[in-house]
Design a binder for this molecule. Structure first.
Ligand code: ADP
Length: 498
């Protein structure tokens, strides 16, 4: 691994400073003074020390968010002004793009170039897109014909109001972008927020907190509590004065969130795991499809909920595709994300390393054929080889379970009916890919696949205007697009007898 590491000095200084949480416009320590450490995924060394918030801090933040929701400075702010603040936040993210991208690399491990080209501009785009919605959250008028009041006339209309105080719990794979996906719609609809970043990657959310203040949002509109899932996330999900909880993370924790939310029946939206199938037909443009299906799983070290981790290849081109993918995998430069030469960084945590290497052993035991990769790299940091497991059987755990690493299972197919059955035979339904030049085949496959997103001749294409979310156990509700706004709004029907 090269030692030509390039880190934005502002980001390294930020990582090293004493960190605080944002509650009611104040930067504070945890009520009980506890802290936790994060680690640099490229070295395993301690990167930062953060306040370990718990139920008392969550309670403080929720009270502040409730007060901010009712305060005229936010409640009565004209939607156009709200939109301007959100737009400014998008601008500030772009102004600090290098610093924020470096923070993502330090915290998460991903290559700086990837964070700079994808995570940061996508986060800014999300705020810019959502800014426009603030002035368009209109209700409608409704004509009434009430059978038991035949002689009465009414004027009826709907109002769309903020759902209230929102708890948002986000994961570590796209730390800033996930914060943006959550905060953007909450702010444009006039909600207030308690955000709990993942304990592995809290730095960019805290820096974003400073930018939120700089943009001019009133104190208490966004509160950021760092801490562990069980200590800070769980009390947020269970809090009786939180009106809605939005969660992105594993399906197992998603189920815990639903249980925790049941007591006060807060609204819940969930963006959970996946095991997304990629279907490669023999009439595809191979020059695009082969790197396309490889990058569908190797992007972000495979730590992507919609990663194309199950590949089905039409039998005629099976060997050719395996060879091509193997060439791609071997050409991937794995290294420190701060090295400009790096294509793929380390996994984000020791837990991730254990999980992914565990699945590599399971794949071997189950009889999958390792075409490329299959091992940890070195003994320092959390690096693993991009791995292709071929000739996999549908019932293998490496085909059924979410690995969340750069590991793809590949199987040949002959019959399209059988292919569709296998593609859909999963608890998950987040995304899928289809590679073919035949338009009819593409549309038929897109209709047949049970997933919230289908990409044709592309993969991992995101845009703030495109709704994203899961069928089945991949989630409830949608992120982004116009659809996400419904997660954050209540509809009120007003009926006036005239
Ligand atoms: P992963 O297993 O990939 O680390 P998780 O679903 O555990 O992902 O974590 C996603 C987010 O959920 C993180 O912010 C984490 O702190 C939080 N979390 C973990 N456990 C709980 C829980 N029991 N209740 C609420 N939030 C939790």
């Amino acid at each position: 691994m090269s030692s030509q590491l390039q880190a934005h000095p502002g980001a390294t200084a930020f990582a090293a400073r004493q960190h605080s949480m944002l509650i009611g416009g104040q930067w504070v320590q945890a009520a009980h003074g506890k802290t936790f450490e994060t680690h640099d995924p490229a070295t395993g060394e301690v990167l930062a020390v953060l306040p370990a918030g718990d139920s008392e801090d969550i309670d403080r933040a929720v009270k502040t968010a409730r007060a901010a929701l009712e305060h005229p400075s936010w409640r009565d702010m004209h939607p156009a002004q709200r939109g301007k603040l959100i737009h400014k936040l998008g601008d500030l993210i772009l102004e600090h793009a290098d610093e924020l991208a470096t923070l993502e690399t330090l915290d998460n491990g991903k290559p700086f170039a990837v964070a700079r080209a994808a995570d940061i501009p996508l986060a800014a785009d999300l705020f810019h897109y959502m800014a426009g919605w603030a002035t368009k959250l209109n209700g409608g008028t409704i004509s009434l014909s009430v059978p038991y009041m035949p002689d009465s006339k009414f004027h009826a209309y709907t109002l769309r109001e903020p759902i209230g105080v929102v708890g948002q719990i986000i994961p570590w794979n796209f730390p800033l972008l996930m914060a943006a996906w959550k905060l953007g719609p909450a702010l444009t609809t006039g909600c207030t927020v308690v955000l709990k970043p993942a304990e592995q990657t809290p730095l960019s959310a805290l820096r974003l907190g400073e930018l939120i203040q700089e943009a001019g949002f009133p104190d208490g509109v966004v509160n950021i509590v760092t801490g562990l899932g069980e200590d800070a996330g769980a009390p947020l999900a269970a809090h009786p004065d939180v009106d809605k909880i939005a969660f992105t993370g594993s399906t197992d924790v998603g189920k815990l969130i639903v249980h925790a939310a049941a007591d006060n029946l807060k609204k819940v939206s969930l963006e959970l795991g996946g095991k997304s199938p990629n279907l490669l037909f023999d009439d595809a443009d191979m020059a695009a499809a082969v790197p396309g299906v490889a990058n569908a799983v190797f992007f972000n070290q495979g730590q992507v909920c919609c990663a194309g981790s199950r590949l089905y290849v039409q039998d005629k081109v099976y060997d050719e595709v395996l060879q091509g993918m193997s060439d791609v995998a071997k050409s991937v430069k794995v290294g420190n994300g701060l090295d400009p030469e790096t294509d793929m960084g380390p996994l984000t945590s020791q837990e991730q390393l254990d999980r992914v290497t565990g699945y590599l052993s399971i794949g071997e035991q189950e009889g999958a054929r390792t075409v490329t990769g299959g091992n940890r790299i070195g003994s320092r940091g959390y690096f693993v080889e991009p791995t292709i497991l071929a000739d996999t059987d549908h019932n293998m755990r490496v085909v059924q379970e979410e690995i969340f690493g750069p590991v793809i299972s590949v199987a040949p197919f002959k019959d399209v009916e059988d292919l569709t059955r296998k593609a859909n035979d999963s608890h998950y339904g987040l995304a899928a890919g289809v590679w073919t030049k035949d338009l009819s085949k593409a549309h038929r496959a897109a209709a047949a696949i049970k997933a919230g997103t289908v990409w044709v001749n592309c993969f991992n294409v995101f845009d703030a205007a495109l709704p994203f979310g899961g069928f089945k156990q991949s989630g409830w509700g949608r992120e982004m697009g116009a659809e996400v706004l419904e997660n954050y709004l209540q509809v009120k029907a007003v009926t006036i007898q005239i």
